[in-house]
Design a protein around this ligand. Structure first.
Ligand code: IMP
Ligand code: MG
Length: 185
């Protein structure tokens, strides 16, 4: 899909192009390959937002890894997290003694990941790290959250594309853009 598509007309601007994203994802894949050398990590995709990033990232990691998927929902409005997180789909496999890497699309307030890491640590993972495509540090509400791997620091704006949605739409944009406020105001 190119940027002349109808879907792009709802964007204020393109923030990160597919080429910029691909380059960073490749670098992150190399870093994880290096850091987990000799290990068999399990990569956990947080559905649905991280699905596109996840599909690209795992193919840049040269290790005998396994995959698992989790779906959660946080109650709230379409552009703000409420802080109440519910598990819609749990992991299929046990993570006892496994090296777990949680793959998320974006860390905003940090509430979702802070809650998830607490739950997963109780299940006896050997190690637990967070890999996120985007980080909005200006909006962080949780202070104790450690983001281990991050591709891009972005300003406080609502973004869509490359898996990220607004009311389930725009996930299929190959680039990441700032959504025009007129769409959600
Ligand atoms: P947190 O709990 O506030 O860190 O919320 C993280 C979740 O909110 C992400 O996994 C996204 O699903 C969603 N989110 C936060 N900011 C954005 C955004 O700019 N665009 C799309 N989704 C977002
Ligand atoms: Mg999400």
């Amino acid at each position: 899909m190119n940027q002349n598509s109808e879907l792009y007309k709802d964007l204020e601007k393109v923030l990160l192009t597919r080429e910029e994203i691909a380059e960073k994802v490749k670098e992150l894949g190399k870093q994880i390959t290096h850091d987990y050398s000799g290990k068999k990590p399990v990569l956990v995709c947080i559905l649905k937002g991280a699905a596109v990033f996840f599909a690209d990232l795992i193919r840049e990691i040269d290790l005998p890894l396994t995959l698992d998927f989790m779906a959660i929902s946080s109650y709230g409005s379409a552009t703000k997290t409420s802080g109440v997180v519910r598990i819609l789909k749990d992991l299929d496999n046990d993570i006892l003694d496994r090296d777990v890497i949680l793959v998320e699309d974006i860390v905003d307030s940090g509430i979702t990941l802070s809650y998830l890491t607490k739950i997963l640590k109780q299940r006896g993972a050997r190690s637990l790290r967070i890999a996120t495509l985007l980080d909005k540090p200006a909006r962080r509400k949780v202070k104790d959250l450690n983001v281990d791997y991050m591709c891009f620091d972005i300003p406080d704006a609502f973004v869509v594309g490359y898996g990220l949605d607004y009311n389930q739409a725009y996930r299929n944009l190959p680039d990441i853009g700032i959504l025009s406020p007129r769409i959600y105001e």
